[in-house]
Every structure is written in structure tokens, then in C-alpha cells.
Design a protein around this ligand. Sequence first.
Ligand SMILES: *Cc1c(COP(=O)(O)O)cnc(C)c1O
Length: 240
Amino acid sequence: MSEPIPHLDEIPTRLARLHETVLAATQRAGRAEGAVVVELAVKYQGADRIAAALGAGGFLLGHNLIQQLEAAELALRATGAPTHRTHVIGHVQKNKAAKALAFAQCIETLDSLPLAERLNRLHGERDASEPFDVMLQVNSSGAESQYGLDPAEVVDFAGAVNELPHLRIIGLMTIGAHTDHVTEIARSFTTTRELRDSLLASGIASATQLSMGMTHDLDIAIAEGSTIIRVGTAVFGPRP
Ligand SMILES: *Cc1c(COP(=O)(O)O)cnc(C)c1O
């Protein structure tokens, strides 16, 4: 009983509907309008569908695979797509670090010091005026299948990354517990929010963002303080 893949022309309406859902959830949570940004999770979407979402008011893109990131960014540039910002939301292998830096503006999934050190060195060599933005991925549900840092190691790891001059920690990213139990999902988001607050309290003032919530659990994430929800299915339909 899978839903058919929506036509390109339906993407603007679906994005508008998502924005209404997000606004309603933000208000229910008693949070300020605009406190939550939609990041379009675009894995396996063609550049035409991504461009349709950008043309309909999308701005932030999230890519899982570096190969798709590169291909999509090159296609969007070639067709003059609207200005946008792109994050990496999938695991980054060390040998893909340079490509990730070249085609994205933030890696949300940093969870190892060797990768952090490589990104720091490579970005330093680029002579950029600003440090490269990273978020630390937290394995907040404890699932063995998930990448990310154990919650107990996040503060120390952040301290080590914060010493690297060419990286800037802008927050934490997590994938909610893979279950239908709302309280369990909420707990993984609360854990992540509390860790973000610990980073701020430890003096990492740039670590304000919380990337959490997807199509099925964005309401819970917004109630728990998410500032970035990563949404694919609600906008693009089932993945091809
Ligand atoms: C695919 C993906 C999403 C979006 O999931 P949907 O259920 O399609 O909204 C969010 N985050 C990550 C890391 C993903 O891989």
C-alpha cells in the first residue's frame, strides 16, 4: 500500500502544507514563529525536484550521500537554482571529507576525532575566512545500528573539537528512537536538548542548533526544542 510518488508540480503545495504543520506545532509548543527551520532531506531526489522545492520557498538542503551531494549541487548551479545552503546529514567516510567541504556548508554528523582533525586540516588549507560549521551527531536512542556519539561522551568530544581552529560547532544532530512509543522518541530528543544546553553552559556559545525530527516525529521534536527538522517524505513522497 505504498503512496505513489508525487508529481513535480505537487511539491510546492506539499511544502506549503508542511510549513503550516510546522507553524502549528511551533505555536502549540509555545515557541516563537520561525524558531524551527525546515531542512529538505533530498536523498535520491533529482535536481529538478530539488529545484522545485527551492523555488517554492525551500532554502536548506540535507544530503546523505556525498556522491549525490556533488551531483545535485553541480546540476543546481548549472541550472541557476535559487540560493540555498546545504548540509551533510549522512555518515561521512574520511576519504569523502574534501568533497563534503567543497559542496556543503555544514556537516551535521561529526562523531569521530580523526574525521574532525581531517576536516580541520583540509578547511585550514582552503584559506577560508570563516571556520567550517559542524554539528555533532548524538546516538540518543542507543540503537546499535545508529552512528553518533554516546551521550556520555558528547561534552568531552565537543571540548576537543572546539580546540580545532577551523571548525565551528553550531549544535547537535540526532535521529529519534526508531519506535512508535512517543515517550521513548521524546526521551531521545530531550537527552539531545540537555546535551546542547550543557555545551552552551561549557562556553561553546555557537552550539545553539538542534537538528532533530523527521516526517513521522517532527511534532515531538518541535515540542522538545528542535530548531531544524529534516524532512523528505512529507515533501517529496516515498523515496524512489
Ligand atoms: C531521510 C532522512 C531524513 C528524512 O526522513 P523522512 O522520513 O523522509 O522525512 C531525515 N534525516 C536523515 C538523517 C535521513 O536520512
